[in-house]
Design a protein around this ligand. Structure first.
Ligand code: HEM
Length: 459
């Protein structure tokens, strides 16, 4: 199945009757409000909010933030023109993503930028990336020695960055950069999450070690992007790829876009493109280790579809169970677990009043684990995505790439590589956790395992 092919159940949209004030969530503490819960146990906190209402008021320091807790209303929020990309998540990401890239821009600039990047991600463009995805998926398995302990963080980053860079930016020799990206993004995304839930402004500028480490990692990320742009320019080459499209883009007056916009655009592709895919690969490797029955089923499926030959891009469509394992892993372990928007004008959501300028937050993690949408919600059950069962899933209860005009452009590109990598590693190895592995969840702007170490045993 595709993650969008779920059926409507509840009509969404603002109510027409008299608007109500959303109820407040319990458990606020003086000064920090609910920020403390969002630091201590954010996943449990967000998952527990639906008991207070469909839309719930939270306090983050001095700010009131509205949490949306039902699938129907998250869909309504993402599809409504009354809400823009903004709010705590995007404000905290600004130091990384800037204001001029596609992920953070709004209005006409955003529409123009989507037009620039969209061709590289179209469904019919993805097969063109097939050979690179195949090479990288197999290179990953060939690097591992039987019985060896695999550091899943660096290996997942390596393959995600290499695929994004080779397919979209035609960059080679990315290994050292993958290491840098992985370490820098871990520091930056953890620091940004803190700044989002405890907005203490100037305190984060004090020269504490954690602040200095954050500043260093952020500066290095920007340097890395400058290196990539400078290298392409000095090569004098203009291959038909996304980087050329970004460098050659014109604004609405037909003028070349500025340097800052080019920089922000490359950041907006490279950083979400590597962190989200790498985190998902880590969770997929974890799933294969924790659910050997599904690892075995994937291996058998790959063997029967390929006839024992190396799995290729052309096989992906036929790998039903493998695809369902990927979707189910993304349901339980969504890399993008929290999203925010801002109300453009006084508006309504689900019959509740939302004032202009209000920040709205919701958690795909909470939505995708809700027992009102899924039977046995915490079970890892890939068969729930078989067509007859997937029909039961309420609309927007599984939207890991979001919907509407901000939907991830890379859904097809990402799903193809995730299925191919899962198939390639499962065909060759079964996994078990190795000594020293820590598979607890590290919460930052994204979710990934703290330090997943797996032993790769040949079948
Ligand atoms: C936006 C998820 C991979 C580039 C988004 C959004 C989500 C998402 C949920 C929407 C954010 C919102 O509604 O506020 C994911 C997941 C991925 C993935 C789960 C993989 C497992 C990628 C890759 C790239 C990418 C590989 C690029 C190579 C972007 C960009 C946006 C975006 C540029 C901003 C789109 C806009 O605002 O118009 N992604 N993403 N993503 N993603 Fe992805």
């Amino acid at each position: 199945m595709t993650v969008e092919s779920v059926s409507p159940r509840t009509p969404a949209g603002p109510g027409t009757s008299a608007l109500r004030e959303p109820p407040s969530a319990g458990g606020a503490v003086p000064v920090l409000g609910h920020g403390l819960h969002l630091v201590r146990d954010p996943l449990a906190f967000m998952s527990g909010l639906r008991r207070y209402g469909d839309v719930v008021r939270l306090r983050l320091g001095p700010k009131t933030v509205y949490a949306v807790t039902t699938p129907a209303l998250t869909g309504a929020l993402a599809l409504s023109p009354g809400f823009s990309i903004d709010g705590p998540l995007w404000e905290s990401l600004e130091g990384l993503l800037g204001k001029e890239g596609v992920a953070t821009a709004n209005g006409p600039r955003h529409r123009r930028q989507r037009r620039t990047i969209q061709p590289a991600f179209r469904l019919d463009a993805v097969p063109g990336y097939g050979p690179v995805m195949e090479q990288e998926a197999h290179a990953l398995t060939e690097r591992w020695r039987p019985g060896e302990t695999v550091d899943c963080t660096s290996e997942s980053f390596r393959v995600a960055v290499r695929i994004a860079a080779r397919c979209l930016l035609r960059g080679e020799y990315m290994d050292e950069r993958a290491e840098r990206l992985s370490t820098d993004l871990a520091t930056v995304f953890r620091g940004m999450y803190r700044r989002m839930v405890i907005p203490l402004g100037p305190l984060y500028r004090l020269p504490f070690p954690a602040n200095r480490e954050f500043d260093r990692a952020l500066a290095d990320l920007h340097l890395l992007v400058d290196e990539i742009v400078a290298e392409r320019r000095s090569s004098g080459q203009k291959p038909d790829d996304l980087l050329t499209a970004l460098l050659e883009a014109k604004d609405d007056n037909g003028e070349p876009i500025g340097e800052q916009e080019i920089h922000d655009q490359v950041v907006a592709i490279l950083t979400p493109g590597s962190e989200t895919v790498a985190s998902t690969i880590m969770w997929l490797l974890h799933v294969l280790a924790e659910h050997p029955e599904h690892a075995e089923k994937v291996r058998t499926e790959v063997e029967s579809v390929t006839g024992g030959r190396p799995v290729g891009f052309e096989h992906v469509r036929s790998l039903t169970h493998t695809n369902n394992v990927v979707v189910e892993a993304m349901r339980l372990r969504p890399a993008v677990w929290i999203l925010t928007r801002r109300a453009v004008t006084d508006t309504a959501l689900g019959g509740y009043r939302i004032p202009a300028g209000a920040d709205i937050v919701y958690s795909p993690y909470a939505i995708q684990r809700d027992g009102r949408s899924y039977a046995r919600p915490l079970d890892f059950d890939p068969d729930r995505w078989l067509p007859e069962r997937a029909k039961e899933v309420p609309k927007y209860a599984m939207s890991p790439f979001s919907v509407g005009n901000r939907k991830c452009p890379s859904d097809h590109f990402s799903m193809a590589q995730l299925s191919l990598i899962t198939a390639a590693v499962s065909a060759k190895y079964r996994f078990e956790q190795a000594g020293g592995s820590d598979d607890s969840t590290r919460v930052g702007i994204t979710l990934r395992p703290q330090n997943l170490l797996l032993r790769a045993n040949p079948w």
